[in-house]
Design a binder for this molecule. Sequence first.
Ligand SMILES: [Zn+2]
Length: 212
Amino acid sequence: MEVIRLDLGSLHVVEDPWPVHGFAVLHPQLGAILVDTGCGGPEILIREYRVVNRSIAAALQSHGLSPADVRLIINTHLHFDHCGQNPVFPGVVVHVQRAELERVRREGGMVWDWLESVDSRFELLDGETKLADDLRVVPSPGHTAGHQSVVAVTPRGVELFVGDAAFRRTIWERPDASDLPPGQADDLRTWEQTWRALRNMAPDVIHFCHDV
Ligand SMILES: [Zn+2]
């Protein structure tokens, strides 16, 4: 199994530029799997976060892949910078937690309107789900109610695609509840429980969406 980090541009939180990553996991049985697809969706969010977008097709191409190679998508959650380019892959099934889709439906607004308009093929997961012997998704709520992370077992060890359960390495290593960046925890207590559970997995490699 090979893991490729896809550079999908950047966004701005207040004045700080943040990188945006998705990941291609090349699985020997399942084929090419994407973990998150980068920024897209409602125009107003693209402007608000001053997104410098890179198309996922271009990112895949720079690694010798094309959108047609993608067999499956996993969205860690349904924020615009993680599922925004799902429509580049019409017909490809998107694995997301049922609780996450329900959150977006409940909150309504522009992201829900956009999701409804793009005709996604969601496979709704209820908790931990094994995709293969060496690949599974685990719920990691707190950033959002239905956030999930991905765990792969590779020759490098246990690789964790943490999603936005930790924006960056410093938060993963030493979260300071009084000094978290805006938006890190939608529900602080749940987020802290998730952080502890993910830390207890003692992953060998951690892939961040917003940290190089
Ligand atoms: Zn994000």
